[in-house]
Design a binder for this molecule. Sequence first.
Ligand code: NIG
Ligand code: FE
Length: 401
Amino acid sequence: MEWDSLWFNGHAATMAPEGVVRDAVIAVKDGRIAWIGAAKDRPAGRAAAEHDLGGRWVTPGLIDCHTHLVFGGNRAREFEMRLEGATYEEIARAGGGIASTVAATRAADEDSLIASAAVRLQRLLAEGVTVVEVKSGYGLDLATERRMLRAARALGERFPVTVRTTGLAAHALPPEFAGRADDYIALVCDAILPTLAAEGLLDAVDAFCERIAFSPEQTARVFDTARRLGLPVKLHADQLSDGGGAALAARYNALSADHAEHTGEEGARAMAAAGTVAVLLPGAFYMLRETKLPPIDLFRRHGVPMAVSTDCNPGTSPAVSLLLMLNMACTLFRLTPQEALAGVTRNAAQALGMAATHGTLEPGKAADLAVWDVGDPAELCYWLGANPCAAVVRGGRLVKS
Ligand code: NIG
Ligand code: FE
């Protein structure tokens, strides 16, 4: 038998240079795409299982490349405070915000972290997500950061999804280090990150470079540590102000600079030169009632690849729908549907350093497919609150139908 499985009678939005293949055939062998093309060009050969797509559309499995999926508690009360007029920064400075989730996460054991994140993860998976990045960052001590990352990895074993873990120990200053940010960064660089890396729990390192978090100098120390550990970096950059975060990230050849609402031309130029992806997070923009739009035209003009993600987190973006983010990226940020779809496939893979294996439908890539009951791929960006996902294939195996 030439192939393990074969999918026919559908249309493929490959997200590769080939673009759209109508009346497509996708042949799978050993969990990878062995052949993809138009039915009329199908090479001779048979598959152990043949699946009729019934005229539906197929895209690469969706990739949610920026989440804080694992956390204790929630911040619904803080949401009410913000509706009453308090700002995100004011709440953070008053000891709420990230710090309140840190307290709830420190109090949660691994099983309850897994259980609460599993509910959110299943919502993502139901919409065709096959790869998800999960950050630590609500522990801010070695034991809890480790517990979060172990919970994230456990989710990847229990559910049909590829989990990438990112160490975000430099997310906020833990209360026990109040007034001693440099000491905390020293702990992150000398102990927390090296230990987590040695335990094999990190695929990348992230930080929050912002007035209410860490300075560019402190962020650079974290990035130097990542470099020493051989780990790629990402950055929460220029979310609330232009602190030069995107340019700093680019200096370290970061996989991505995320949020980037306040990034200026210099940052965009540096990102383009470094191949750093701009990860757009419309859920956080919307929840914070941000008015400063990310510089989409600058990113287009300089050729900065744009990804789109949920930023699923209890504070700024309690979002569990990547499809809704597609709509919001188009409606709020004026991305075209094509750009938005590239943002949850090809460019999201690049933002995770996975472009060689994921994010497009091409021979040799993982057979991660999402099958959609739509008349055109742009429809994925159109509906609000509908889920046209008809089937999901991961590594060649049907995991939802
Ligand atoms: O991506 N900006 C920093 N981190 C998160 C929010 C974390 C939180 O408020 O709990 C974000 O927006
Ligand atoms: Fe985030």
